[in-house]
Design a binder for this molecule. Structure first.
Ligand SMILES: Cc1cc2nc3c(=O)[nH]c(=O)nc-3n(C[C@H](O)[C@H](O)[C@H](O)COP(=O)(O)O)c2cc1C
Length: 370
């Protein structure tokens, strides 16, 4: 199993939905990084389940540091963080032990681990595993922010409802990011928020679920970051983004939209602004050849509807080897997207921190660019 990611900054993820805890070990952090624990906790709160649009499983999600953190600073040794699972109701999953949920990882995990996998609450494939990712991402986001680099995500689409896209003006984009980061349900158009929430509640009342698209922007990244071929910014970030459970699509800049354009429409012409090389448009999402060009990095992430729905579904009984019907029990999110938003920010920050450290060395984390 490949539960370790990263080159300069490595993250190892562990735990299951109903194990005593979930957590992560971060390797490669420089010593002397002051950690703002309140910020990390506020990131955890963005991921926590709330209201009728999230699962009824409500966890405190308090982050505990077991190593690598002393007197308010990182020590430079492996940093282990842990989040307890306190609200497990494993009995909900006994009946469905042999009945895999369609489009969840129950069947594939059964095949891969030969029945030894922890099936309670989706085990290692639960959205619960994103809690330590958000805690680790909170550290990465702080380091980026101390160098002026900011990351923000909004819900571009939820079901049939659409938000306005990010501004193409950098100053306005920065303001949008700051606003979104203080928002529990991040949309740019305040009017669409209520409609999106109602759509999720409606789907939930019908025992159904909804998916959507997140749009993310990263501003103030220096030009020249990225390690082609195989660790280009696109390849590194997409590996992280596709590791988030329920993510099924990632596109940078215009992405699939490039297909219908001519080069004359798609290219981003350069211009010099106060001795800074910029581009007049940003169709390429701040990336050329997998390397940052200094413009905002822009990407979209598609999140599928939650697979656990309360309507009866066809499945198979893996024990009796016969077709079966499944009525799902347990507590589930009728939509994942509003909780996944902070996971996307976290994964982007972890990937970029890794690439920035590759480019400028570990001292960059505390001292800035040489
Ligand atoms: C924050 C978050 C919460 C999630 N909550 C649920 C849930 O309540 N019920 C569920 O069936 N899937 C949930 N998922 C998605 C499943 O974990 C995911 O669909 C499953 O592991 C199968 O992986 P795949 O969709 O990437 O193929 C959640 C994912 C995330 C990121």
């Amino acid at each position: 199993m490949k539960s370790i990611f990263g080159d300069q900054i490595q993250i190892c993820l562990f735990g299951e939905s109903h194990s005593p805890a979930v957590g992560a070990v971060l390797n490669g952090l420089a010593p002397g990084i002051r950690l703002d624990l309140e910020f990390i906790q506020s990131q955890m709160d963005k991921r926590r389940a709330k209201g009728r649009i999230s699962t009824a499983r409500r966890e405190a999600d308090e982050v505990r540091f077991l190593s690598g953190f002393f007197n308010g600073y990182t020590t430079g040794t492996p940093l282990c963080l842990l989040i307890e699972n306190q609200q497990t109701r494993s009995g909900d999953y006994e009946a469905a032990k042999w009945l895999p949920r369609p489009s969840h990882a129950d069947y594939t995990a059964f095949e891969k681990y030969g029945g030894f996998q922890d099936y309670r609450g989706g085990g290692h494939f639960s959205g619960r595993l994103t809690a330590p990712l958000v805690a680790a991402g909170g550290i990465a986001l702080q380091i980026l922010k101390s160098h002026g680099i900011r990351v923000g995500t909004h819900i571009l689409r939820l079901g049939d409802w659409k938000d306005t896209a990010f501004s193409s003006q950098e100053t306005e984009l920065e303001q949008q990011i700051d606003r979104l980061n203080g928002d529990g349900f991040p949309t740019l158009d305040a009017d669409v928020e209520g409609s999106m929430i109602r759509a999720v509640e409606e789907a939930a009342s019908e025992g159904d679920s909804l998916g959507g698209v997140l749009e993310t922007a990263v501003v103030s990244l220096p030009a020249g970051v990225g390690e082609p071929f195989f660790c280009s910014v696109e390849s590194k970030l997409s590996q992280l983004l596709f590791s988030i459970p329920a993510v099924k699509g990632v596109e940078f800049g215009l992405g699939f939209g490039f297909a219908g354009l001519r080069g004359s429409q798609a290219n981003d012409p350069f211009r010099l602004e106060k001795d800074r090389v910029t581009t007049q448009t940003n169709h390429n999402g701040g990336l050329n050849g997998g390397i940052t060009n200094g413009m905002p990095v822009l990407f979209r992430t598609a999140v599928k509807p939650t697979p656990s729905i309360y309507q009866p579904q066809d499945t198979v009984d893996l024990e009796k080897r016969e077709n079966a019907r499944l009525q799902i029990q347990g507590r589930h999110d009728p939509a994942i997207i509003h909780r996944a938003r902070v996971v996307v920010d976290s994964m982007a920050a972890l990937g970029l921190l890794d690439l920035l450290t590759e480019r400028f060395g570990p001292r960059w984390m505390t001292e800035g660019t040489p």
